[in-house]
Design a protein around this ligand. Structure first.
Ligand code: PLP
Length: 350
């Protein structure tokens, strides 16, 4: 890749108060942009972060060919910067692209662009647990014209945003008994913009009833639990930690995979199997339901304190020692180079 770099004249970093960041609102000095036209990716460029100008008829505004990724860069106490399992994201965006009839972005280009961008803006990665540079690669269709067909032109970009510890507090979730996030044969497994647009209305309805998230169920029966917002789900029944299998309706999270590996390493019994809503209710009533949490790049783990189903609330009977805390700490230690990395997940950026 012949990567062109246009550096910013003067960094904006002095204007940023790193102790008062709202998630995803502040962006670093540079961005990566690459164009797809005439059947190939061209003009890979890193340049100062800034606005795009697009024709109002641009395809993405009308037919929604848009996919993205979410990852982070972490800094250790010596100032070294690391990515966490980035190859997983390179592969996943291309799976999303394929399902939305968009061109793949070469993994080697993605890797070089990301490393160069993070290295250039490494001052924006702050050390300390919770501090990170959130990385948002994405691709949009840019062909002008309102014909409903796959576009011929695309932009692949990476923007980056400094973030602090993402602490949502304990969340209460509503189990979906009517709306669906994804269906068989659909594109629920893709990190595609449309999957999120469709969640906002039911999530707002749940928020009006006092829940922070919707826990999605399968579209055919609404009997099986799937995922929540931008998180995969975990349940602890007695001493066993359970997550449902991924499918074409569920996003295959990097954090989920990492939780499976770390929990097994910690000697926790893990089961990957379908989980029924009725099982959750029975376990909540018997007191066997000990923990529930969502997992994803933004917060690593978000504890769930209770859930609502068809107008009734249930709570999770949490012990003082939580699997969630042990697992989260182990993952953070790997991400921030504070512990050994037996899995080889850390990738240093130089
Ligand atoms: C991004 C996302 C996740 C979590 O994936 P990670 O790779 O762990 O960040 C889970 N579910 C949905 C719907 C998502 O968009």
């Amino acid at each position: 890749m012949d990567l062109k770099i246009e550096k910013i004249k003067e960094s904006r970093i002095k204007e940023v108060d790193f102790s008062k960041l709202s998630f995803g609102k502040t962006f670093s000095d540079h961005m990566f942009i690459c164009e797809y036209k005439d059947g190939s990716w061209q003009n890979p460029t890193i340049k100062p972060y800034g606005a795009l100008t697009l024709d109002p008829s641009t395809s993405v505004f009308h037919y929604g060919q848009a996919v993205f990724e979410g990852m982070k860069a972490y800094k250790d106490d010596k100032g070294q910067v690391f990515l966490f399992r980035p190859q997983e994201n390179y592969k996943r965006i291309n799976k999303s692209c394929e399902r939305l009839a968009m061109p793949a972005f070469p993994e080697e280009w993605f890797d070089e662009a990301l490393r160069t961008l993070v290295a250039l803006d490494s001052e924006w990665v702050r050390p300390g647990f919770g501090n990170a540079l959130y990385l948002r690669p994405f691709m949009i269709a840019t062909t002008p014209g309102v014909q409903a067909a796959p576009a011929k032109d695309y932009l692949f970009m990476i923007i980056t945003s400094p973030v602090q510890a993402y602490y949502t507090g304990d969340i209460k979730v509503k189990i979906a008994d009517y709306y669906s996030r994804a269906a068989n044969g659909g594109f629920g497994f893709a990190k595609a913009a449309g999957n999120y647009a469709g969640q906002f209305y039911p999530t707002r309805e749940a928020a009006n009833e006092g829940y922070q998230q919707v826990m999605w169920t399968d579209d055919a029966t609404h009997e099986y639990l799937e995922e929540a917002g931008t998180m995969n789900l975990w349940f602890r029944f007695g001493d066993t930690l359970v997550t449902c299998p991924t499918s074409e309706r569920i996003l295959d999270g990097v954090t989920r995979k990492s939780v499976i590996a770390v929990a097994e390493k910690l000697g926790i019994k893990v089961e990957v199997r379908p989980v029924k809503v009725s099982e959750l209710i029975a376990a909540a009533e018997s007191g066997e339901f000990k923990e529930a949490f969502g997992c994803g790049t933004a917060a690593v783990i978000s504890p769930i304190s209770g859930f609502g189903y068809k107008g009734k609330d249930y709570s999770v009977n949490r012990p003082t020692e939580l699997y969630a805390d042990k697992i989260k700490e182990t993952i953070l230690n790997i991400q921030y180079n504070r512990g050994e990395d037996p899995f080889g997940w850390r990738v240093q950026v130089k």
